[in-house]
Design a protein around this ligand. Structure first.
Ligand code: PLP
Length: 235
């Protein structure tokens, strides 16, 4: 078995163990394989091993890989920062966007979604850690913003996403994920029909699953370490 297939198997074991520990159903959390900075070959290897959903952060890089892999039935998720002049290619080529953080971007994605495609699945990114440098809507404004996004015709609001402040303290990880889950429950109680909590990455997926993650976004634990220069520059 190849390294990527083996790593996928390990991740599925971690997800299964965490779901069991949380007392949640075995199918409650989906794996999004974050393939940013890795070549089409790596994605092909993961697909051969059964993985179908892939996350990308940089538009140009993603479009090249989507074209290279067009013969495969893959589900593409955009998870990176969104510049307003890039909304059209995102709306045309992706099935999901996890990183919607303001109404203007949601409106542009909705307007650019081709009529022959189903509505674009979106999550509102929330800045749970409150770090000035991080993207995401502030928690206090998230529910009102989510309600406005839910009304856009080209989009289907699925839920919330967060990138927490990094910490190795499991309890601190869980506390941040719990804040997003509480927001999710409040939004549902307010009448929003949402089903997705996109949270948890290579180093903290267990904490996220304990707090209700329905999608974990895992990159380096599947594909290996990314070189810093490639991830920090926005092509
Ligand atoms: C890169 C990235 C991930 C994956 O992170 P790993 O630590 O490599 O698992 C998840 N979510 C977002 C938004 C990312 O940009």
């Amino acid at each position: 078995m190849g390294a990527i297939a083996e790593a996928l198997q390990d991740i599925h074991r971690r997800i299964d163990d965490a779901l069991a520990a949380a007392g949640r159903p075995a199918t409650a959390t989906r794996l999004l394989a974050v393939s940013k900075t890795f070549p089409a070959e790596a994605i092909r290897a993961a697909h051969t091993a059964g993985q179908t959903a892939f996350g990308e952060s940089y538009v140009q890089e993603a479009l090249a890989k989507i074209a290279q892999l067009a013969e495969h039935e893959l589900e593409w998720h955009f998870i990176g920062p969104i510049q307003s002049n890039k909304t059209r290619p995102i709306a045309e080529h992706f099935a999901w966007v996890h990183s919607v953080d303001r109404f203007k971007i949601a409106e542009r994605l909705s307007a650019a979604r081709p009529a022959e495609l189903p509505p674009l699945n979106v999550c509102l990114q929330v800045n749970i850690g409150g770090e000035a440098s991080k993207g995401g809507a502030m928690p206090a404004e998230a529910i009102a913003l989510a309600a406005r996004i839910a009304a856009l015709p080209g989009l289907k609001l699925r839920g919330f996403m967060t990138i927490p402040r990094p910490t190795e303290d499991t309890q601190a990880q869980r506390a941040q994920f719990r804040q997003l889950r509480v927001l999710f429950e409040q939004a549902r109680a307010a009448g929003l029909a949402i089903d997705t909590l996109s949270m948890g990455m290579s180093d903290d997926l267990e904490a996220a699953i304990m707090e209700g993650a329905t999608i974990v976004r895992v990159g380096s634990a599947i594909f290996g370490a990314r070189s810093k220069t490639t991830t920090e520059g926005q092509p």
